[in-house]
Ligand binder design. Structure first.
Ligand SMILES: [Zn+2]
Length: 533
């Protein structure tokens, strides 16, 4: 049973004394609101801070410009955690209690939803508090802190894993903001695969027999090769049809798409030469993932054949499913009890009530979910989660932290982020509500500091009480059939020489002659959509 040792007391106080510093840091990342693979300012800020703290920092680790791998200390044990910092397109919002996208960029620019600004700051504060404790009490060990971009496409962690960055670690802590405070016991995240299918119109001149056309050199009136945009539309349609036949209606699996490039020709009489559609799919079992891919690849080949195009595929990511560790989950929850459940203050509650008022409800005395201000035992959370799942399904939803779990015992720590109580069971708050609360320090800080303290206390247990680490590692060996490379172990699914897809057309902020913009230009009015129909 862990105790509140002098080491932990020091770490917890260290965080309290620096509350303002980490709160400001959170707002800095929140205000960058950079989307997946394009978190240039956020990653640079983390690298500079970690270097100033004495970490050795590899910027652009694994061939990913907005990733990093930082390390501090010497000898064992080697303990790791990570920051994420990607925001999500379409979620731009100011920290105000009414809908208000940020000014000066397109209203559908990116914003922090989960929020990953909180995720990274919590892990950072936890790791830096541990480092301060190690310095103060001369504790031996190495802290690794990774910068993991593009979590929204499960982008970087499978790449770091494939390229050996997680090798040699003794334990990892994976953190995410959530509606409550707990550690995952059994139902870890499932698998996420994503690939971009490209269609290219290579020889449109061969599409029709020119001898059949009575006039020559009058291209505007001639039938043209269908081309890349038609291939993309066919792929889209065929995939909607065949989705029914991919897997039975059991368990939670999903398949969604993003049109990356389409019809980018201002000359309508010429066939678009290039189109790209990204498919992302989640399933609890790797076999289902492969089955879905087989259908997608078949659809792409057929869409290309019909439209005079060439089809190609580029992998974005392939994650495994999460491997759990009870010893670490239980240890973490014991530390949550030592830290004590987070509480909102009056400023946060007032902001919550203002939102409710602006949405036309009776404001509540206590507007946040009750689960945010209590600790939920891992078994209770497990029971809650499994209510919607069939017995055969062991993993649920997706997040690329799962790629850590196969290289060392890993705990998935969840601490609260502000979420409002719905006025009735059928109501769901609009997205801007969560996005706005993410930018209010009074609402974000309680869950963030609770999470940071839990992380620090758990890392300190692993550094100072060898039995804790041994128990976690024995369990890891047993679950993997002997540890990394063992009989039950699953190797990274991407090849070691994988070329990360950072050169694809991901949404981003750009510098233009008109000034800095979201990739969709800043409109003259509204969203630039024109007259409503
Ligand atoms: Zn997330």
């Amino acid at each position: 049973m862990p105790e509140l040792t002098q080491h932990k007391r020091f770490a917890l106080e260290w965080i309290d004394e620096r509350a303002r510093r980490f709160s400001d840091w959170h707002m800095k990342i929140w205000n960058y609101h950079e989307p997946a693979w394009r978190e240039y300012k956020s990653a640079k800020a983390y690298c500079e801070l970690l270097r100033a703290e004495g970490f050795t920092v590899e910027e652009g680790s694994g061939g990913m410009p907005t990733a990093f791998a930082a390390s501090w200390g010497k000898g064992g044990p080697v303990l790791g955690s990570y920051a994420e910092y990607d925001a999500v397109p379409g979620n731009s919002q100011q920290p105000v209690p009414y809908p208000a996208p940020r000014e000066g960029v397109h209203p559908w620019a990116a914003g922090h939803t989960d929020p990953h600004s909180q995720l990274g700051t919590t892990a950072l504060a936890g790791v830096l508090a541990t480092k301060a404790t190690m310095e103060k009490f001369n504790l031996e060990g190495t802290l690794k802190f990774f910068g993991e971009p593009a979590e929204k496409v499960c982008g970087s962690k499978p790449v770091h894993a494939a390229k050996g960055y997680f090798d040699g670690a003794d334990a990892f802590i994976s953190y995410h903001p959530h509606f409550t405070n707990t550690a995952i016991l059994d139902t870890q995240c499932g698998s996420y695969w994503s690939a971009v299918f490209t269609f290219e119109t290579l020889e449109p001149e061969k599409w029709i027999d020119k001898s059949l056309v009575p006039t020559k050199h009058t291209s505007h009136a001639a039938a043209r090769c269908p081309g890349a945009i038609d291939a993309l539309c066919l792929m889209y349609t065929m995939t909607k049809y065949t989705k029914e036949a991919m897997f039975p209606h059991t368990g939670t699996w999903t398949l969604n798409e993003f049109v990356m490039v389409a019809g980018d020709a201002t000359s309508d009489n010429l066939p678009p030469r290039f189109s790209q559609i990204q498919y992302s799919w989640r399933a609890p079992v790797l076999g289902i993932q492969q089955q879905i891919y087989n259908v997608l690849a078949n659809n792409a080949r057929n869409a290309a054949a019909t439209t005079g195009c060439r089809a190609s595929v580029r992998w974005v990511t392939k994650t495994r499913v999460g491997l759990t560790n009870h010893a670490l989950a239980n240890l973490t929850f014991e530390n949550m009890k030592l830290v004590g459940a987070p509480k909102f203050d009056d400023e946060a509650r007032k902001f919550g009530r203002d939102i409710q008022k602006n949405l036309g409800f009776e404001p509540m005395d206590s507007p946040f979910l009750d689960d945010a201000e209590r600790l939920m035992p891992p078994q209770e959370y497990e029971t809650y989660l499994r209510r919607a799942l069939p017995e055969w399904q062991l993993n649920y939803t997706s997040d690329d932290y799962v790629d850590y779990t196969w290289h060392a015992p890993t705990v998935r720590v969840l601490s609260m982020r502000p979420r409002l109580k719905p006025p009735n069971d059928s109501y769901e708050y609009p997205a801007w509500v969560n996005n706005a609360m993410g930018g209010l320090p009074a609402a974000i800080n309680p869950g963030m500091f609770f999470g940071a303290k839990t992380i620090a206390a758990t890392l300190i247990d692993l550094l100072t009480v060898p039995e804790h680490l041994k128990r976690a590692q024995d369990e890891f060996k047993q679950r993997t059939g002997g540890g990394v490379g063992g009989s039950q172990w699953v190797a990274p699914l991407l090849p070691r020489d994988f070329d990360p897809p950072v050169d694809l057309r991901w949404p981003e902020y750009v510098e233009t002659v008109r000034g800095p913009e979201w990739w969709i230009p800043t409109p003259h009015a509204g969203s630039g959509a024109g007259d409503p129909l």
